[in-house]
Design a protein. Sequence first.
Length: 468
Amino acid sequence: MEIVETVETAASVNAKPLEQQEHDLVYQLDGKPRLRTAIPLGMQHVLAMFASNLAPILLIAGACSLNGADTIIMMQCAMFVSGLTTFIQLYPIRLGKRLRIGGNLPIVMGTSFAFVPTATTVAATGGIGAVLGGCLLGSVSEVLIGVFYKYLRKFFPPLVVGSTLITIGINLMSAGAGYFAGGVGSKDYGSIRNLSIAFLVLAIVVLLQRFGKGIFKSSALLIAMVIGYLLCAFLGMVDTQAIMDAGWFSLPKPFHFKMTFSIPVTISFAALYITSGLETIGNTSGITMAGFDREATETETSGAILADAGGSILAACFNALPNTAFGQNAGIVSMTKVVNKFCIATGAFILMISGFIPKLGALFAAIPAPVLGGSIISVFSMIIINGIKMIAKAGFSERNVLILGVTFALGLGLAKDPAAVAQLPSAIRFIFSDSVAATCIVAIILNLIFPIKDKEELEKAKAALLDS
């Protein structure tokens, strides 16, 4: 009976018109739609994340005072690694029956903004070599989370992740404001021309996010940057010499910068990798709920985290910042319900190919500061909002308010004044070397010191952890 039903089902599927079969394939995880169907759907994901993928590189290159050629190399590598890591998420590398690198899900990877504040602080004293060294060694923490995810999840409730995200967003806002006004140190910093361009770009982002539909909404950042870029080119604000000098083809160069290593920097980045891993957990669950109407399995989540960590190790070796699962691409899956891996893979392939075209990197490296600031400042504010949402899930009980108060007092207060902690023992001082790392570490410690005792609050915390 079952065999007959299976034959009938297969026959009914084959009886469908070719266009209908093609349409159905994009809503299935596996299967291979025609390229004319797959490429536009893959490009949609590339357009949605392209600007956000490269913006952190521009910020760090500026903080490290890198020249145009070095910046272009970093951008090439960022595009190449993002595409490669996305491929690994789509088609995992198996390490055993239960362990694999990759979620086997339509997850799109890109350069994480979460590391920018810490990387900027480290760059001020150690340069790009110290940043990449910290990114490489710090990734061990996320590898451990991926391997032992089943046992470690309880230590990172929404209260910890939410407070860390808020601190990241607040730190980034100051950088965004600097670019908004024309770039700190520029001769026309805060000029009416710079502010007008930045406000125009921000207005385009807001209008497209609010009233746009489909690709126009998901690509709001890119569209706004293109319009701002063209306006600046018309006003003579774009330095085209670097674009003209850049070649059309070049291989991404691993280990272009010499890495340096230190324990405090490694610990600071290790704390950030915890946040990055939890962000990937949230996006993985969001994709399975939206695309398959179910929770992500333990194997899928563990694999997604390990791919995040592996991609970040590759990124450090290829002169770029760590990778993470991009929320805007998870949002596209939620909106379109297109979960087909082959469609996403075409986008990943386009990303990798872009990594071999230096002129494309030079084109983005020449983006004027007010254009970059106007487009990304809203992204930074959304990081703060997402952190508030996560904290709201946990609730504002007396215990939670106490933990948040002490966490922000030490993370956003004490850690912001290096002179205040200069005389502490080095074993303690490293905690306060960076406000983001301090916030994350203090929140974890306080959650362990003050466990939830109230039964009703415990149930609410469990529900919030599952939602996240």
